[in-house]
Design a protein around this ligand. Structure first.
Ligand SMILES: Cc1cc2nc3c(=O)[nH]c(=O)nc-3n(C[C@H](O)[C@H](O)[C@H](O)COP(=O)(O)OP(=O)(O)OC[C@H]3O[C@@H](n4cnc5c(N)ncnc54)[C@H](O)[C@@H]3O)c2cc1C
Length: 272
């Protein structure tokens, strides 16, 4: 099947082009879309790319950082402003994949992918979305809940607050093949405290459902409490609430449910 490539200088024009053509897909770094083409499984006949600089910029201002959706994992690893995201970016594929894989593409990558997105979710990221000619902002978890119906929109960037200190943001990707195997499951957590009690807790998973997700029951079990063993045990007891993990070549859904509480506890207790 012949596939056309259209290039636009502005996000508005690229978004309008994706919006008018149901068979068009927005092209990030192409690690998934071009692989689908090579494997003959592409369900699109047009790829739309955009050269707008906004997609590849990283802007840090005070405690907040805006990352263009076209920024690659390799570029994140080269940025000192984004050092807190290095542990997550480093786990995405091998060097060749990281040189192409974008932040925006990771938001739409199906299981077993989406490791970087779990980190962004735990940081309470907001996304800027362009639908046709209209831009809007929304929480990342809202985008992820509706991403299958968002095919006509382009994400232009993601904004996060830097964690207060390195210990308060934790990330764990569990895989059977190291260093670059795909994820069995991924857990990320923001654990900031106020006077010794957890405040504004965020816990997120990848590969425990059809898209990266927040672990709302775990967040509730931790919020306002001290990070001590009985509290961690209470959080682990509700770790799989709301999860519907996949069964794939890496592991069964049953196995993922069994091991998630163990890895969550290790991450929370700091021994991951
Ligand atoms: C060998 C290999 C290993 C991999 N390992 C990992 C891994 O360990 N962890 C992991 O998380 N992923 C992994 N991936 C998956 C993938 O490389 C990453 O998820 C990557 O971040 C996807 O980004 P991309 O720019 O290449 O996406 P593309 O292939 O360009 O696009 C993927 C999807 O996202 C959409 N999209 C892209 N950008 C945007 C945007 N700005 N707005 C709206 N939609 C957009 C596209 O339309 C398409 O539907 C791997 C892939 C391969 C081939």
């Amino acid at each position: 099947m012949a596939v056309g490539l259209q290039t636009f200088e502005t996000l508005r024009d690229a978004s309008a082009a994706v919006g008018r053509d149901p068979s068009a897909r927005f092209l990030g770094g192409g690690t998934l879309l071009v692989r689908a083409l090579n494997e003959g499984t592409a369900d699109f006949s047009t790829l739309v790319r955009c050269t707008d600089r906004i997609l590849t910029e990283v802007r840090a201002s005070g405690s907040r950082v805006r990352i263009g959706a076209g920024v690659t994992m390799e570029a994140i690893l080269a940025s000192r402003d984004l050092a807190f995201l290095h542990p997550a970016a480093r786990t995405v594929g091998g060097p060749a994949v990281r040189a192409q894989a974008t932040v925006g593409g990771n938001l739409f990558a199906p299981p077993p992918y989406g490791d970087f997105t779990a980190a962004l979710l735990a940081l309470d990221a907001r996304v800027s979305v362009q639908s046709g000619y209209s831009p809007r902002d929304m929480p990342l978890d809202e985008l992820l809940r509706t991403r299958d119906t968002m095919g006509r929109s382009i994400v232009s960037g993601i904004e996060v607050a830097r964690p207060r200190d390195a210990r308060s943001f934790r990330f764990l990707k569990v895989s059977r093949v190291r260093p670059k195997g795909v994820s069995l499951l991924t857990v990320a957590a923001r654990l900031e405290d106020s006077a010794g009690r957890l405040s504004g807790v965020r816990v997120a998973y990848a590969n425990m459902g059809p898209a990266p997700m927040r672990a709302a029951a775990v967040e509730r079990a931790l919020e306002g409490r001290r990070l001590e063993r009985p509290v961690v045990e209470a959080a682990a007891a509700v770790a799989v609430d709301g999860c519907s993990p996949p069964t794939d070549a890496i592991a069964s859904a049953w196995y993922r449910r069994e091991v998630l509480p163990v890895y969550l506890s290790r991450l929370l207790l700091g021994g991951a």
